[in-house]
Design a protein around this ligand. Structure first.
Ligand code: SF4
Length: 227
């Protein structure tokens, strides 16, 4: 069982890296959305030292979280959702008077389109497994979902991807699955004053170290990181 989970995880990592390499020829930066919402030094070190990423991700607690996450995705699939829907978007930004080309990549955990007389209604879910049931969704999770939605609906091939050209209404949710229970938060209730442009620049200019103070407590580089 554990071997299968490890194999799946390594396959997943390889796919991520292949996609990143494919775009690196054409873009100045290829960035996963999850890298934008964490400490920029940690994100870079994990990219430069993938062995550390493997070691962290193969901890039994993390692997069990992945197993549970996949299981819940399967339930969503039975309810008619598409799961692990890839999203990508191109951005241009100016840094030191130079145009910088950025490819952003991500994946929506579960997405469903309902068509009715009033139009197309889209439900988007981000699933998070954790030890503790939060009272409120975490800011970095909200940013992640909002970026996915923006990327999805700016995709020129939206019709081919999800079967509609434009949604009438979009509901985004973050679902926390923990030993204390399951809690789902509608993302539309939360506004965060951070622009995507700012997040991208933070990453490129390596300027949020850490993004959140609490990150250092869980960081695999905390013993060697000098702030
Ligand atoms: S220890 Fe803190 S500042 Fe250093 S890489 Fe980790 S999260 Fe970032």
């Amino acid at each position: 069982m554990m071997d299968l989970l490890i194999e799946e995880f390594i396959e997943d990592m390889k796919k991520h890296e292949e996609l990143r390499k494919k775009y690196e020829k054409e873009y100045n930066h290829v960035i996963y959305v999850t890298d934008l919402v964490q400490c920029t030094r940690k994100a870079r070190l994990l990219k430069q030292l993938p062995q550390v990423n493997v070691l962290v991700s193969l901890a039994p607690k993390v692997l069990m979280g992945k197993w549970l996450h996949d299981k819940i995705e399967n339930y969503f699939q039975k309810l008619g959702f598409n799961i692990e829907v890839p999203v990508e978007a191109d951005y241009h930004t100016i840094i030191d008077d130079e145009v910088v080309k950025v490819k952003l990549l991500g994946r929506i955990d579960a997405l469903k389109v309902d068509l009715c007389d009033a139009g197309a209604f889209v439900d988007i879910y981000e699933i998070k497994t954790s030890q503790k049931l939060p009272e409120q969704p975490y800011e970095h999770h909200i940013l992640q979902v909002k970026m996915y939605t923006t990327m999805l609906f700016s995709d020129p091939n939206l019709q081919d991807k999800i079967g509609i050209a434009r949604p009438e209404h979009v509901n985004e949710y973050i679902m926390y699955v923990t030993p204390q229970g399951i809690r789902t938060f509608p993302v539309t209730l939360y506004n965060i004053d951070v622009s995507f442009e700012e997040l991208i620049k933070d990453y490129i200019e390596n300027r949020k170290i850490p993004r959140y103070e609490w990150e250092c407590n869980y960081c695999p580089f905390r013993e060697i990181c000098i702030r």
